[in-house]
Write a protein that binds this ligand. Sequence first.
Ligand code: V47
Ligand code: SF4
Length: 389
Amino acid sequence: MPAAPQVSFDRIHDPVLRRIGERIAAGERLDRADGLALYRSGDLTGLGVLADAANRAKHGDVVTFASNQHINPTNICVLRKTCVFCGYARLPKEDGAYRYTLDQVLGEAAHAADGMTREFHIVGGLDMKAGLAYYTEMFRALKANFPHVHIKALTAVEIAHIARIEKMPWRDVLIALKDAGLDTMPGGGAETFSAAVRERISDKKLAGAEYIGVHRTAHELGIRTNCTMLYGHVETLDDRLEHLQMLRDLQDETGGFLAYIPLAYHPDDNELGRELGRQGTATTGWDDLRQLAVGRLFLDNFQHVKSHWIMVTPSLSQVALHYGVNDLEGTVVREKIYHAVGAHTPQAMSLDAILGLIRGAGKVPAERDSFYRILRRDFAPEPVPAGAA
Ligand code: V47
Ligand code: SF4
């Protein structure tokens, strides 16, 4: 049982936040009205103080990262026309459509031969020609060639797609994939669960309750998963809280979620961004920080809150380490999904760069595995800058 958060009330100016802070310090759980008050507060620093206290009670000063590699085996997707926020998907005959052969996947994975990569993060489109056998063969070959690398693959939406084309229940698909080497599942495909928002931005996608259902089944089978929320598009603050509530409820039930990762919507190069006239205007730093902080406070039964630096920039992720975040998306190699919608961040970060970010925020870096077990803390000390005494 983690210690109750120690809150420094002198840095909180909003009396509403102070009252919520007193309840957090007493170990009380927040309800949706509290969540709304947190989102609506103008005291971002005070919100950070609360989220940082909750985070420190679980992790102290330690910030983790993992060396992972993203592989996106196919961008062909049957929802290409209806997920209006996505700039990555293509129809089978469209320019730029691709589906990797097994050899191509192994070619991409060859980076893992460096011995540093500990996780493959494998997600892609809902491709009619990528059924169960496509993935079971892929996972078996990856495990045969890179036995030390963890496979975190396939969102709930992809699992449901494979189940539909194979006419199998989700459970049987998950059992077959686990048998082939699937270790954990990523959290993509959640978007925002609200039915009204889904109708507007991803009309034909698996409903929120079904996303939860696939994750519940995975947890029952011993497959731990992550979860996400896509924010900063057309959703309301109430929608965000409904989403967080559904995640918290499932976590109460199964305890199977490893981490919560909010994903900042990028409006470039996608239909929704054009419709909203929002190109070139991603989420604000304020919204990114409060989204992470409210997640940390509301999801009191989650151990890990991860910032995805690819979307919100490394600099903002560094500040987020004081807003409830205890984990940074790893040294990602060749990320495609966000770079298709206008992310201008680098596609990979070196170990030294990640260590520099974490230390620069006054935190202690630790490399973790995919289950958040600490693997390494003994990194070379930070070089002393030239001219320093
Ligand atoms: O589900 C698509 C999002 C997700 C856009 O579990 C967009 O460890 C912003 O889920 N703007 C896939 N986001 C990525 C994902 C993820 C990333 C890092 C770590 C983990 C994990 C999961 O990307 C999709 C969708 O929500 N996405 N288009 C866009 N325009
Ligand atoms: Fe397909 Fe996923 Fe893009 Fe939707 S978000 S079009 S399901 S790849």
